[in-house]
Design a protein around this ligand. Structure first.
Ligand SMILES: Cc1ncc(COP(=O)(O)O)c(C=O)c1O
Length: 443
């Protein structure tokens, strides 16, 4: 192999310093936060930025209600509690997600039951849900992973048939469309994350959404110490006494402190105005890169069913060693590609590398420490987390990579960088057997 690869001394195909770091913050964001500082109101249940953001976000998503929270996990937890999930109940969710999805279930001392994915959207496979339903199933929790809506109509139909509410984990799916409606507006409730890597970032934050007013009232109370918060009442808000709204200080059940603050809400409002542009650029970049990568043997870019539009929150490519003309286990090929592509200056990450139930928390059922909630609530027919139940998730994660990273995701990158990624792939693909052989020899 002559020095045709950066791995062997050639100049990298991509100048890594040219990546645009996310989030992109401009004067309008600065001004939004400064306005809060000038006003001098940093928080409060009825503070103006939070309430304005909730109205604007609900209107954008197409739900009647939204409640801003201090994380996506908080919004998920509130949603599960609001639909009636409690200790010992079971919640069916996808084996491929960020751990927060299942952690939110555990926060209610409920039992996560994982179902494998289908390969087109990488979302929960609806064909496998019904056999996971038991008397204890109290919610379905599908995830729009990478911002691609899962097969939601099928999930909703199962929920309806069995009288089980559906909570959408839309933490990666701000603005994604499913059959003409926005992800997050279809289930009984949904949760979004506003953490810094998301297409709609504000640092840390989240949003709970629902169309159901009773659900809103429950979630609103859960967000604030279990107090009887009547947000829908038009409480007069006095900017001179922002922390002294009428409040009974009488918790009626367990709740949490999941409220957010004015600076985060102001930044979220400002970023919401730019979300459509960010999503459009993500799609344009993804389409351009996918067109180029599709010409290489053995590589499959993310797919997008015709009836939905994803946010490309993560751009995951799958590879097939035999179609690539190499003979090595998927994980070896994956390691070889990571090394060669990083040497070419690309941002390449694995993000998740195993199904969620493979994490120690589930494998050892450590839970709250002494095995709770399983040791208390799931003794008679213990839920199994063995990975043999999740072949599609395992196959996907063993044989794929996420291009770009949390710090430098696909959405803000310039076209030239996308083209340089395609060139780097072409280079590596011209030398695949050697790239993989070198990695195999080292492992
Ligand atoms: C699919 C999914 N669910 C839940 C979460 C939790 O959101 P947060 O980090 O804001 O709590 C995330 C965020 O990383 C996520 O990607």
């Amino acid at each position: 192999m002559t020095a045709e690869l950066a791995l062997l001394g050639r100049a990298p195909a991509v100048d890594n310093a040219r990546h645009v770091r996310w989030p992109v913050l401009d004067d309008s964001d600065r001004q939004a936060v400064l306005t809060v500082l000038d006003r001098g109101v940093l928080s409060g249940p009825f503070a103006p930025e939070v309430r304005a953001f909730e109205r604007e976000f609900a209107s954008y998503i197409g739900t009647r209600h939204a409640l801003a929270t201090n994380s996506g996990t908080a919004a998920l937890h509130m949603a599960l509690a609001a639909v009636g999930v409690g200790p010992g109940d079971e919640v069916i969710t996808s084996a491929y997600s960020f751990v927060a999805t299942a952690q939110a279930v555990l926060h209610q001392q409920a039992i996560p039951v994982f179902v494998d994915i289908e390969p087109h959207t990488c979302g929960i496979d609806p064909a496998l849900i019904e056999r996971a339903i038991t008397q204890k199933t109290k919610a379905l929790l599908p995830v729009h992973i990478h911002g691609m809506p899962c097969d939601l109509d099928e999930v909703m139909a199962i929920g309806k048939k069995h009288g089980i509410p559906v909570v959408e984990d839309a933490c990666q799916a701000h603005g994604a469309m499913y059959r003409g409606r926005r992800a997050g507006s279809i289930g009984d409730a949904a949760a979004f994350s506003l953490q810094s890597s998301k297409n709609l970032p504000c640092g840390e934050g989240g949003v709970f959404v629902t169309n159901d007013t009773a659900m809103l009232d429950r979630a609103n109370s859960l967000r604030m110490f279990g107090e009887n918060v009547r947000q829908m009442e038009d409480v007069p808000w006095d900017p001179q006494r922002p922390l002294d709204a009428s409040r009974a200080y009488d918790s009626v059940h367990v709740g949490w402190m999941y409220r957010t603050n004015e600076m985060s809400a102001a930044l979220a409002r400002s970023q919401l105005r730019k979300l459509e542009a960010a999503n459009a650029q993500a799609r344009q970049n993804a389409q351009r890169l996918s067109a180029a990568l599709s010409t290489l043997p053995g590589i499959t870019p993310p797919s997008e069913p015709a009836d939905r539009t994803g946010t490309i929150h993560k751009y995951r490519v799958t590879f097939d060693a035999s179609a690539m003309g190499v003979s090595a286990p998927p994980k070896t090929v994956r390691a070889a590609l990571i090394k060669a592509l990083r040497a070419e200056g690309l941002e390449v990450v694995m993000w998740q590398s195993q199904p969620v139930p493979g994490q120690t928390l589930f494998r050892d059922k450590t839970g709250y420490g002494s095995g709770v909630p399983w040791s208390v609530w799931n003794v008679e027919s213990p839920v199994r987390y063995d990975l043999d139940q999740f072949p599609q998730t395992t196959r996907l994660l063993d044989s794929s990579l996420v291009l770009f990273s949390q710090s430098c995701p696909i959405f803000p990158q310039p076209t030239e960088l996308i083209d340089a990624y395609a060139e780097a792939f072409a280079r590596v693909w011209r030398h695949l057997p050697q790239v993989v052989a070198a990695a195999s020899a080292q492992s």
